[in-house]
Ligand binder design. Structure first.
Ligand SMILES: NC(=O)c1ccc[n+]([C@@H]2O[C@H](COP(=O)([O-])OP(=O)(O)OC[C@H]3O[C@@H](n4cnc5c(N)ncnc54)[C@H](O)[C@@H]3O)[C@@H](O)[C@H]2O)c1
Ligand SMILES: [Zn+2]
Ligand SMILES: [Zn+2]
Length: 374
């Protein structure tokens, strides 16, 4: 079938919205009509070349492009391929940028976010053909920046049809990842002092997670005033414009002990951020790395003596350390009960054709989260 999709043809070029050919769902695959897609920063990492490897001549040795972007999204199942049992036509679904097969060792031990099928998604056989005949990959095996997508059933989570689909789209990445950074990965306890560095679409949900986990002091750090003010409406108890400004504040608030957890959710986790972020962590505390950075970034600043002698932990995080099939519906129930705020996170809606404007607004710090409405 024909559909319209936003393609990143090459690093450092704009998203190009064009008509493409989407093949029919094959065995185990599902055709979804998208209702909303969230403008998460991760798709911009693709466009800005952070997931590409340079060659020695200054060219590109490996590129994920051309690629239809988008991994945050929600819609309605329109057709299913042979053998699909997990969803049916008419179901409302959330995309899941990590699939959950249910049977690999991580899935069967309650760590679906580490599903072994996750690595397949970036190398999956393309399902989209551009007008000039080029086969186009899709972000995380999804490609939510399109009116329709064909995806593996393992990459979808069925949700209640009474939830607004814009909220479901946010939960599919930003909310699950941010909330889980605090609740599952940082393992925050009641009374803790927690610092969230970068309160955009992901970090704002780490604030909500820290609050739900019972943290007493939640310091939201962001250079953008609007984000700091917004963070206070969902649980931040203090704010700072930079790590430098937050450091003495954390020291004071914790009576010199430092934070139990610092969660890094800036747009790009450059190596220089680690030593100052870890500097806010107290003895036995944890620095959670949720942000992505260049795929070949191998060096970070870190005081290794302090790491050892203060017995600190540096922990990675993918998808909030949880289980998409459990956590996405659970977060929606929390939303329904008023325990977390999601409608307010959507600052602005865009059409698919306005995607470049939406991302420009994200980089300019105008949006907590922008969404594409189809
Ligand atoms: N680990 C995962 O599973 C996962 C999932 C989704 C997104 N991500 C990554 O999380 C990161 C955040 O994504 P997002 O969609 O929230 O991006 P975003 O652009 O909406 O938010 C980033 C925020 O960080 C702030 N910021 C930038 N530099 C800062 C600094 N030095 N100190 C404090 N604040 C700073 C920005 O003002 C902005 O508010 C990205 O790197 C994204 O790729 C990771
Ligand atoms: Zn994302
Ligand atoms: Zn699995």
């Amino acid at each position: 079938m024909k559909t319209r999709a936003a393609i990143c043809w090459e690093e450092h070029t704009e998203w190009s919205v064009e008509e493409v050919e989407l093949r029919d769902p094959g065995p185990g695959e599902v055709l979804v009509k998208l209702a909303y897609a969230g403008l998460c920063h991760s798709d911009e990492h693709v466009r800005l070349g952070d997931l590409s490897l340079p060659d020695e001549m200054g060219g590109v040795a490996f590129s994920p492009c051309p690629m239809v972007g988008g991994h945050e999204g929600a819609g309605v199942v329109q057709a299913v391929g042979e053998g699909v049992t997990k969803v049916a036509v008419g179901d409302h679904v959330s995309a899941s940028f990590i699939p959950s097969c249910g049977v690999c060792p991580p899935c069967s031990s309650g760590r679906q976010n580490l599903c072994d099928r996750g690595s397949e998604t970036m190398s999956a056989e393309p399902r989209i053909t551009a007008a000039d005949g080029t086969q186009v990959k899709s972000m995380a095996g999804l490609g939510t920046f399109a009116e329709h997508m064909v995806v593996d059933q393992d990459s979808l989570v069925k949700v209640g049809d009474w939830y607004p689909l814009d909220v479901v789209a946010l939960v599919s990445c930003g909310v699950a990842t941010g909330y889980g950074s605090a609740v599952n990965v940082a393992d925050i306890r009641p009374g803790d002092t927690v610092v969230i560095v970068g309160v955009g679409g992901i970090g704002i949900n780490a604030v909500q997670g820290a609050k739900a986990a019972g943290a007493t002091q939640i310091i939201a750090v962001d250079p953008v005033e609007m984000k700091r003010e917004f963070a206070q409406t969902v649980g931040a108890t203090e704010t700072a414009a930079s790590i430098e400004e937050a450091t003495p504040m954390v020291n004071d608030l914790s009576w010199g002990r430092g934070a139990n957890a610092v969660i890094l959710t800036v747009g790009d986790a450059t190596g220089d951020l680690f030593a100052p972020a870890m500097g806010m962590v107290g003895k036995g505390g944890t620095l959670v790395l949720t942000s992505l950075s260049h795929i070949a970034q191998n060096e970070i600043s870190l005081n290794t003596f302090d790491l050892a002698m203060s017995q600190k932990t540096l922990k990675g995080n993918v998808f909030g350390g949880g289980n998409p099939r459990n956590d996405i519906p659970a977060l929606l129930r929390q939303y329904e009960a008023g325990q977390i705020r999601l409608d307010e996170l959507i600052t602005k809606r865009y059409t698919l054709d306005e995607i470049n404007e939406g991302y420009a607004d994200m980089h300019a710090g105008k949006n907590v989260r922008g969404v594409i409405a189809f």
